[in-house]
Ligand binder design. Structure first.
Ligand SMILES: Nc1nc2c(c(=O)[nH]1)N[C@H]1C(S)=C(S)[C@@H](COP(=O)(O)OP(=O)(O)OC[C@H]3O[C@@H](n4cnc5c(=O)[nH]c(N)nc54)[C@H](O)[C@@H]3O)O[C@H]1N2
Ligand SMILES: Nc1nc2c(c(=O)[nH]1)N[C@H]1C(S)=C(S)[C@@H](COP(=O)(O)OP(=O)(O)OC[C@H]3O[C@@H](n4cnc5c(=O)[nH]c(N)nc54)[C@H](O)[C@@H]3O)O[C@H]1N2
Ligand SMILES: [Mo]
Length: 671
């Protein structure tokens, strides 16, 4: 049998093309597609291990619907039929609707799969009923989205990666592609004809490979942006005509830029003034690309930081021409023709109760009068969300009915009353995309779902049936949805042909966003100063702020993407667990000396949210005062049943009710 082309649906910038070769014993070998321009015949280490490991391991998968038969979280379950599972869920949802209203059903979902049908279709049911949603982006990137939407009118229009050949400089700010986009790190950044500058408090592998690494103190990026702007203005690199024609509010940042000389910048950020000068000279030397990662805005003032960094392209005119541009999440060009609101049932919503931020989730769930049903699908909040201990306590509420749908028995699934087993990406057809490069792909069914597991779409069609709903949109077949999406996209071929090709670029022509300089803001220009920001109680224009270094005895804990796990997926793969070792905390040699700790010493980290014991790794890539521990473990696989999100204080950023996880402060002692 010839290998079958499919695509990776994980929440990752790379969105790789893959080949699947059948092997003996009903197993498959999952490889990178040599024809795919991103994967180029190779998968990243984590996906290569997990897709050929735990994802194909029947004993690790949820194979049947289950009902709880012991205390919450104990893991005691009894196998039941799909009918019993769905009728039980439907009964409890109906009772909640009748007694407390549909808004008392809270559902949370995010990024287990980003394949369009599996990711969006289940929302139809919840929207049709009028249930409350946990706003998914509040755990990831909502501050950045709010900030750049205010400023540029969109946060999802990125540069075409192919224009890297036209650029004089690439500035990677608060992203770590060596972990979070390994193929972009390996291939794309290597294609830059000029200098690559990385701004990151950690000397990541991408920073190490860069022409220049600026290593700021965490949370000092707005000050760094103003200092770079000071140099650019002084050296005549501002584009006066662009500022006059396409921006509003420059006068509101002018004096702060004038004061932000590199010596001031060095004091605020810890970056040598000479490096600030060098970076500004390179960024100002020609068209420049700016890639802002999601780590950048997970700060208490993350919105201000994104707006301050956004001043660089706005004041130097680095937008709307080849080799210039910005990228945060590059989705708009890919899904431009697709009606994703229709796919997710936006038009079915009769009423939309206000969404709940992840920062308020534990607190809101704890109160017994508000939510009666908690429905968890495509996400694992007991691993990924803040205030882990408090959330677990909230989930222990006996009067709360908890439903969970996942591929594996995660911590969140263990806390469910009813478990609905989901099929994996090898087991159903779907459409994939990337939020960096401009390709759509087919996710092709390679084999039947393991056990009785079902694709998300089928689970929610059956649930709509059990709820005796009649809205036809809730019962749309996958083939119907895929055909409709293909018609909307209109590439000139059908889904079967896409499956044969594996993937297709959404545009053969190079895409130059904002070339017409039309910004979807109230003024139609880039809003350096924003009335809307003021109405949100924020300064109208970005401020040159830097977080103060942590107070004496405290450390700033960063918990970014791990190279071994994809969010909290893959923690249960034995090979990955062996390679990534025990949960550790990286600290600088001077902090290690101060704490009298050696390599391997057990350190106790604690703050108002919780405490956690981690193994010390002494690491010169980490600056003094900062600690790093990579995200993505499962509490149930850890010695103290806790992960870094035990320490994650649910404190909103300045915008979007979003996480400020990289602002977390901890105290440390020997365990
Ligand atoms: N400390 C700290 N915490 C963080 C972050 C951080 O930087 N630091 N980052 C945050 C970010 S950026 C994000 S996006 C979140 C992500 O948090 P999550 O959404 O919780 O993470 P994922 O691992 O992407 O997916 C969750 C689950 O979806 C399941 N799944 C996969 N495919 C399917 C499917 O087809 N159907 C169903 N029903 N389930 C499926 C997986 O098995 C997995 O258990 O975590 C956040 N948490
Ligand atoms: N291997 C792997 N890949 C992933 C994921 C994963 O968990 N593992 N998660 C996926 C998801 S959901 C997302 S959202 C993306 C996230 O991927 P990225 O956009 O790369 O974001 P993070 O990994 O959170 O953080 C990136 C960098 O920001 C830095 N950072 C932290 N604080 C600051 C600061 O104050 N200033 C600056 N300049 N930098 C700072 C961190 O040190 C880190 O190196 O990756 C996706 N890809
Ligand atoms: Mo994310």
């Amino acid at each position: 049998m010839t290998p079958i082309k499919t695509n990776c649906p994980r929440d990752c910038y790379d969105g790789c093309g893959m080949l699947v070769e059948p092997r003996d014993g009903g197993r498959f070998r999952v490889l990178g597609d040599p024809d795919h321009p991103v994967s180029r015949g190779k998968l990243c280490s984590k996906c290569a291990l997990a897709y050929n490991g735990v994802w194909q391991e029947p004993s690790a998968r949820l194979l049947h619907p289950l009902k709880r038969s012991g205390p919450r979280g104990s893991g005691a379950f009894t196998q039941i039929s799909w009918d019993e599972a769905l009728n039980t869920v439907a009964d409890r949802m109906t009772t909640a609707c009748n007694t407390h209203g549909a808004q008392s059903i809270l559902h949370t979902h995010y990024s287990g799969t980003l394949a369009l049908l599996a990711y969006l279709f289940p929302n139809r049911l919840f929207r049709h009923l009028g249930c409350t949603e946990v706003d998914p982006d509040t755990i990831c990137n909502a501050a950045g989205h709010t900030a750049w939407t205010l400023m540029f009118g969109s946060s999802v229009v990125g540069f075409d990666p192919r224009t890297i050949k036209d650029t004089a400089c690439v500035l990677v700010w608060g992203a770590n592609p060596s972990h979070s986009a390994p193929h972009a790190h390996e291939h794309w950044l290597g294609e830059a004809p000029g200098p690559v500058i990385v701004v990151d408090p950690i000397k990541t592998e991408t920073a190490r490979r860069a022409t220049l690494h600026l290593q700021p103190r965490p949370g000092s990026d707005a000050a760094l942006a103003f200092s770079l702007l000071h140099c650019l203005q002084r050296d005549g690199k501002f584009d006066r005509a662009f500022i006059a024609d396409h921006t509003v509010g420059f006068e509101q940042v002018a004096s702060a830029i004038a004061s932000a000389d590199p010596a001031w910048g060095e004091r605020q950020t810890g970056i040598p003034a000479g490096d600030i000068e060098r970076a500004a000279a390179w960024y100002g030397s020609g068209p420049a690309l700016l890639w802002c990662g999601q780590g950048l805005q997970r700060q208490k003032t993350g919105g201000n930081i994104m707006r301050a960094v956004g001043l660089l392209p706005a004041l130097t005119g680095n937008l709307g021409k080849p080799g210039a541009g910005i990228s945060y999440l590059n989705v708009a060009p890919i899904v431009a023709g697709l009606d994703l609101d229709w796919l997710g049932g936006g038009d079915l919503a009769r009423s939309s109760p206000p969404a709940v931020s992840h920062m308020h989730l534990a607190e809101r769930l704890e109160a017994s009068d508000e939510f009666q049903v908690f429905f968890i699908w495509n996400t694992n909040p007991l691993a990924s969300a803040p205030a882990q201990h408090r959330l677990r306590r909230a989930l222990a509420r006996e009067d709360l009915f908890v439903v969970a749908s996942d591929v594996f028995m995660t911590d969140s699934v263990r806390h469910a009353d009813i478990v609905l087993p989901a099929a994996s990406f090898l087991e159903f057809d779907d459409l994939t995309f990337s939020y960096f490069h401009l390709h759509m792909g087919s996710q092709t069914k390679i084999r039947e779902p393991l056990g009785e597991s079902l694709p998300n779409t089928e689970i929610f069609r059956r649930l709509a049936g059990a709820l005796q709903l009649s809205e036809p949109a809730l019962f749309a077949a996958d083939s119907e949805l895929l055909d409709a999406l293909m018609r909307q996209w209109n590439p000139g071929f059908d889904y079967a042909e896409l499956q044969r090709r594996g993937f297709a670029s959404v545009s053969e022509d190079i895409f130059i966003p904002w070339s017409a300089h039309c910004f979807d803001t109230p003024s139609g220009r880039i809003e350096i100063a924003s009335q809307q920001a003021q109405e949100m109680g924020l300064p109208p224009a970005p401020q040159p702020w830097a977080d103060a270094p942590p107070p004496h005895g405290h450390y700033r804990l960063l918990t970014p993407a791990s190279r071994w796990r994809l969010n909290d997926s893959y923690a249960n793969d034995d090979n990955i667990a062996a390679r990534s070792g025990p949960a550790s905390v990286h600290l600088s040699p001077s902090d290690a000396e101060h704490l009298e700790c050696q390599e391997g010493t057990r350190l106790r980290l604690h703050n108002a949210s919780g405490e956690l014991v981690l193994v010390a790794t002494i690491d010169t890539d980490v600056q003094p005062g900062t600690l790093v521990s990579y995200k993505g473990r499962w509490p149930l696989l850890e010695p103290d049943a806790a992960t870094v999100n035990h320490l994650h204080i649910p404190q909103c950023a300045d915008m979007g009710n979003s996480t400020s996880v990289h602002s977390t402060l901890v105290e440390v002692s020997l365990a």
